[in-house]
Design a binder for this molecule. Structure first.
Ligand SMILES: *Cc1c(COP(=O)(O)O)cnc(C)c1O
Length: 217
């Protein structure tokens, strides 16, 4: 079996160096994260607050932690002081809460707006139409302590590449349309099974778990 380190460096060697790989370490032990950290990788993603907090506490403080899972408002406070990027802002209420908590500690917090591009009802996020309307109406203006860097999406779990491609394309079209107006820098699409398609659709941030760490139980 190949090592975690080799898995990541192989992927990085195939893609443009400007693309950020977030190593999704959810359910994986501290030691696995350290192996990559010691090899010079700093971006890690978690989807559960409790696990994120424990890992942040135990690991080196220059790790850039990405929150990629659904975030409840009452949990925002627990990560606001150290989180590098919240990918999963899926409602105005969460955005308001992040801004409020950020204000309390006077820290600017980086976020992405999660857009629901999949048919799957279980996925969180703004609807495509909703996000388009909000962006057209300049709703980000009032958030002085939130830096909205761009958009995030998850495609359907399907073997049908056409479906995945259409979903990524729809998100990229909104991202590209508003990129200049809002100085967007980040389009977070692409997971282990679909990152090549995501790259074809302008992704510059991949969230990769199982292709790096192996399968989760
Ligand atoms: C788990 C997870 C990933 C990584 O999934 P893999 O298929 O293992 O690469 C990416 N994004 C989100 C939001 C996740 O929850």
């Amino acid at each position: 079996m190949k090592s975690i380190k080799n898995n990541l460096s192989e992927i990085k060697s195939k893609i443009n160096e400007k693309i950020t790989v977030v190593a999704v370490s959810k359910t994986k032990p501290i030691d696995d994260i350290l192996k990559l950290y010691e090899d010079g990788h700093f971006d890690f993603g978690e989807n559960k607050i409790q696990e994120l907090i424990v890992k942040h506490k135990e690991l080196p403080k220059d790790i850039k932690w990405h929150m990629i899972g659904h975030l409840q408002r009452n949990k925002v406070k627990q990560i606001i002081s150290f989180i590098h990027l919240i990918h999963s802002v899926d409602s105005i209420r969460v955005l308001n809460k992040i801004n409020d908590e950020a204000k309390k500690i006077n820290r600017k917090v980086n976020v992405l707006l999660q857009v629901k591009i999949s048919e799957n009802d279980l996925k969180y996020g703004f609807d495509l139409n909703e996000i388009q309307n909000l962006l057209e109406n300049n709703f980000l203006k009032k958030y002085d302590l939130v830096n909205v860097l761009g958009l995030m999406g998850m495609a359907s779990f399907t073997q049908n590449n056409n479906i995945v491609n259409e979903e990524f394309k729809a998100l990229n079209s909104i991202y590209s349309k508003f990129k200049k107006i809002y100085n967007f820098t980040t389009l977070s699409i692409g997971m282990s099974g679909d990152y090549e398609l995501a790259l074809k659709n302008n992704s510059n941030m991949l969230r990769l778990g199982s292709v790096i760490f192996g399968h989760r139980n």
